[in-house]
Design a protein around this ligand. Structure first.
Ligand code: SF4
Length: 206
């Protein structure tokens, strides 16, 4: 069965994201879709954004029972739910309870492969944009992690966290002062529609 899927690409710097209207009628039909298989990982770019814009969520993340804290990242582990799992932030009735800009990169950029928007010739510029953005974020997060290590700080130690996030903040402010050109090559927002072949339940690949 073919269907039309509406996408909206948002060029919002390091908080860019893709909206997908298929999520409201998720073909997995299990009330959790892709979020039943993922544990969000918050890196420096996310942690510093939350520090400035949603400090209560940052505090909540560190207080969750079931996180994996590494030197420069925090993973909020999925929880067993029936025969599979569920993300901590996902609820059955309303989906993800985090606004798009509060989510980490994979959650903001992910679109089910079955939709196949990356194959559309008209959307190649957006494909390139999100590839460049992912590389840019990785290089920033690696740089922040190296700096923490050089200063002997780690998020694993609750006593280091405040200082570690402040150091990551200073690093990112300096490292992002020269805005990469690809941000200026795309509009702030663009809607698109693609047609794809729907499959249901586990036949719909995530
Ligand atoms: S944070 Fe939100 S979008 Fe990401 S896996 Fe969890 S529920 Fe899904």
């Amino acid at each position: 069965m073919e269907t039309q899927v509406n996408l909206v690409f948002h060029n919002n710097g390091l908080r860019s994201y893709i909206e997908v209207d298929l999520c409201e009628r998720c073909p997995r039909q299990d009330d959790k879709g892709c979020c039943g298989f993922y544990s969000p990982v918050f890196y420096a770019t996310d942690l510093v954004y939350l520090y400035h814009n949603k400090p209560d969520l940052l505090e909540e993340i560190f207080a969750i029972n079931g996180i994996t804290v590494l030197d420069a990242s925090v993973t909020v582990n999925q929880r067993p739910d029936g025969a599979s799992y569920r993300c901590h932030f996902h609820n059955r009735s309303g989906g993800c309870r985090l606004a798009q800009t509060l989510r980490e990169s994979i959650c903001r950029h992910f679109v089910c492969p079955g939709i196949g928007w990356e194959k559309s010739p008209a959307l190649q510029k957006w494909r390139l944009f999100f590839e460049q953005l992912a590389d840019y974020e990785i290089s920033l997060n690696n740089g922040a992690a190296e700096l923490l290590q050089a200063h002997g700080l780690t998020l694993r130690d609750p006593g280091d966290r405040q200082q570690a996030i402040q150091l990551m903040d200073e690093y990112l402010a300096q490292a992002t002062s020269n805005r990469p050109a690809f941000f200026d090559e795309m509009p702030t927002k663009e809607a698109a529609m693609v047609t794809c072949e729907l499959r249901f339940g586990r036949d719909w690949t995530l």
